[in-house]
Design a protein around this ligand. Structure first.
Ligand code: SIN
Length: 476
């Protein structure tokens, strides 16, 4: 049975030149959205720069109250947000509800941080005066957000920016603009209710993504760009940001290892493996890509993982019982199929899944591969789909070395019941985030971000707001 497939009536899809938004489970057009262009982008930035001083000058408590109300309002409308997300992105409704809770939590968290902007005061060592260190908002921000978490990835940019006193222009992914248009409408209403400008957050859907970023980044009124997406695009944006010396935060690709030691609790490991692999259908940059398992427990782990993966139910995200929706596009599904086919041709064993189903929708089944050759492309590339690869190791040194053998460094997962082994893995796994005996690490209260080719900057936690603040030193 399909739960109501109606989009909320108040999504401001706009008029004029339109582009299609597709339900990836049916390939049908579910909405048409205004395709913004220049001069709208520049007008939006002009407006942001104009209204920034008033917003930045507001009492932090007032900004906090706006953010708290946005959290309450999104939570109140959980079903509207979840249904919209499922329709445009494909994830099962239960997961979409989970994302509403996760994404809205960034507004609650940064409401709490808005009143705690850091500063310091000390006497100059020479005794000739005092040192006062404060923070000032960086200025108008451009946030470029991905399709995989249409609410949460933008929320964790918008919320700290507003808390810090910065207006934001959001360019949502062209595949999933509806959730962000609804978010923008909710935020505008809350801002207006508090007597602030509706334009502090402006949503700019467009099919001309690179023109938008090039235009806005060349404009000196923009002061910061924050991006979640591929490493390739991130590098282009960093290069472009140089001319105007913009502040940048880059949350880029991952290739997360999931290391299972011989002394790990296998029941816990299996629960966490399914979370780390199958959350969001594997379409997450923190998804476990490579299961590295001690040879003593590899057979049991692999058998049980394949059993759990073959129990996954693929279907429309609004259909009751669905635990895996479609991939976002045919291109994304075909990339996954290519990686699996390449591994199979190189000698990997397909234990479950591995075939693109016939019919409408961009579906790919939950898949487990064992005996994957060390040089297979699937071990180097971010899979971004429901495919688990299992590789074995015989010593902890070897397991850690395999885990670190990647150009990425976003998330790592590691499992052991021995506290010394846990401490060692936490210290030696090279990633911005390490989950020890945990399958889900994302939390609005924790700093999310990577190292190496996974980018720089942190989102969430007390660290997240620093990305939107400049340090000011006053000599007294
Ligand atoms: C991502 O896939 O970019 C982020 C996932 C998360 O926040 O957990």
């Amino acid at each position: 049975m399909i739960v109501s497939n109606k989009l909320p009536a108040d999504i401001p899809t706009g008029e004029g030149t339109l582009f299609d938004v597709i339900d990836p489970a049916t390939e049908e057009v579910i909405a048409r959205v205004h395709d913004t262009d220049e001069p709208e982008w520049t007008a939006a930035l002009d407006r942001a720069a104009e209204i920034q001083p008033e917003w930045a000058g507001l009492a932090p408590r007032k900004r906090a109250e706006v953010l708290r109300d946005v959290y309450e309002e999104i939570t109140r409308r959980t079903e509207d947000f979840a249904r919209t997300m499922t329709l445009e992105m494909g994830k099962p409704l239960a997961e979409a509800r989970g994302e509403v809770a996760y994404g809205s939590d960034y507004f609650r968290w940064f409401a709490e941080e808005a009143v705690r902007l850091p500063g310091r005061f000390s006497q100059a060592p020479a005794g000739n005066g005092d040192i006062l260190v404060t923070r000032t908002p960086v200025g108008p921000v451009l946030a470029i957000t991905p399709w995989n978490f249409p609410l949460a990835m933008a929320a964790r940019k918008i919320a700290p920016a507003l808390a810090a006193g910065c207006p934001v222009l959001v360019k949502p992914a062209a595949e999933t603009p509806l959730t962000m248009l609804l978010t923008g409408a909710v935020i505008a209403d809350v801002l207006e209710k508090h007597g602030a400008s509706r334009d502090l957050v402006q949503i700019l859907p467009t099919t001309k993504s690179s023109e938008l970023s090039t235009t806005l980044m060349a404009n000196p009124k923009l002061r910061k760009i924050t991006f979640t997406g591929s490493t390739g695009v991130g590098k282009i944006l960093v290069r472009q940001s140089a001319d105007n010396l913009l502040r940048t935060s880059m949350e880029l690709g991952g290739n997360a290892p999931f290391v299972v030691n011989d002394d790990a609790d296998l029941d816990l490991v299996l629960t966490c493996a399914m979370q780390a692999k199958m959350r969001n259908g594997g379409e997450a940059c923190v998804a476990a890509n490579r299961f590295l398992v001690h040879e003593a427990v590899a057979d049991e782990f692999t058998r049980r993982l394949a059993e759990s993966m073959s129990g996954i139910v693929t279907g429309h995200g609004l259909e009751e019982g669905t635990t895996l929706g479609p991939m976002i596009t045919a291109k994304q599904r075909d990339n996954i199929a290519k990686l699996v086919d390449g591994a199979r041709e190189a000698g990997a064993k397909v234990l479950t899944g591995g075939e693109v189903p016939e019919g409408k929708g961009f579906f790919y089944p939950a898949t487990v591969l064992s005996n994957v050759p060390a040089d297979a492309e699937i071990l180097r590339e971010e899979i971004f789909g429901p495919v688990a690869t299992v590789t074995t190791f015989s010593t902890l040194e070897e397991g850690i070395a395999l885990a670190n053998d990647t150009e990425f460094g976003l998330a790592s997962y590691a499992f052991s019941e021995n506290v010394h082994t846990c401490r060692r893995m936490a210290a030696e796994l090279k990633a911005g985030m390490v989950g020890i005996n945990r399958g889900v690490i994302s939390d609005a209260a924790a700093p999310f971000g990577g190292i190496k080719q996974s980018g720089f900057g942190r989102e969430g936690g007390v660290e997240g707001i620093e990305e939107y603040l400049d340090v000011r030193y006053v000599a007294l």
